[in-house]
Write a protein that binds this ligand. Sequence first.
Ligand SMILES: *[C@@H]1O[C@H](CO)[C@@H](O)[C@H](O)[C@H]1NC(C)=O
Ligand SMILES: *[C@@H]1O[C@H](CO)[C@@H](O)[C@H](O)[C@H]1NC(C)=O
Length: 212
Amino acid sequence: MPSFKSFLLAITAVAPGAFASPVPGANSTSVVDAAPQWYSGPWYNFPSMGTWRSFDELYNIHSPYMAMTGSTWGDIEKIRASCLNIGAQYGVDPRIILAMIMQESHGYVGVRTTYSWEGIPTAGLMQCWGCQGYPGRVNLSQQEIDNMVRGGVEHYKGNLRNWGDAMTESCVYPAMREYNSGNVNPNDLSDGRGATPGYVSDVAQRLQGWAD
Ligand SMILES: *[C@@H]1O[C@H](CO)[C@@H](O)[C@H](O)[C@H]1NC(C)=O
Ligand SMILES: *[C@@H]1O[C@H](CO)[C@@H](O)[C@H](O)[C@H]1NC(C)=O
């Protein structure tokens, strides 16, 4: 997570493309440098869904960054299909799935798996607890990529249910906080509660087209 100092440096030296320091991150430790904006406070302080780019635009913006991780274009096309198909199955906007994949793993299909002391994995494209991962591998099958995406979407769907289960700003943003931290301070969605403070703020900006 960005230190307060690097956050200040980033906001005082705003230049396009100057924020990138991509390290595929785990759920509670996703590592990204600060995005151009810092949103905080309750859900209504976060960008309206009307400011999000279309799915196709977001795919075109983010997919070259996925390719930099080592995922092949075959993998990346399958990620696209997974976002659309699994999003439709669970009633989750595929743009959210794509942006959370960028936040969690930068779309690296061979992203690391970490284990809790009990041996439970945090794994896969969406770096979720108890999910499937394929560390170090690329050229995965559609089924393998679906496994990772479905695991993350199931977690997120569970989080959404705690916040009204609708595709509205009042649900999707608090559910992202819960996905990352396990619990939510509704008065400040950038209160990381031990996880990544800027998680929701960063995902919101990825949805608007910020990429790293
Ligand atoms: C992935 O598949 C492509 C196309 O078949 C192949 O050229 C490449 O060597 C494969 N990469 C790995 C790491 O298996
Ligand atoms: C992320 O970590 C938190 C805190 O450890 C946990 O409660 C939550 O379930 C995790 N989320 C996912 C998607 O694994």
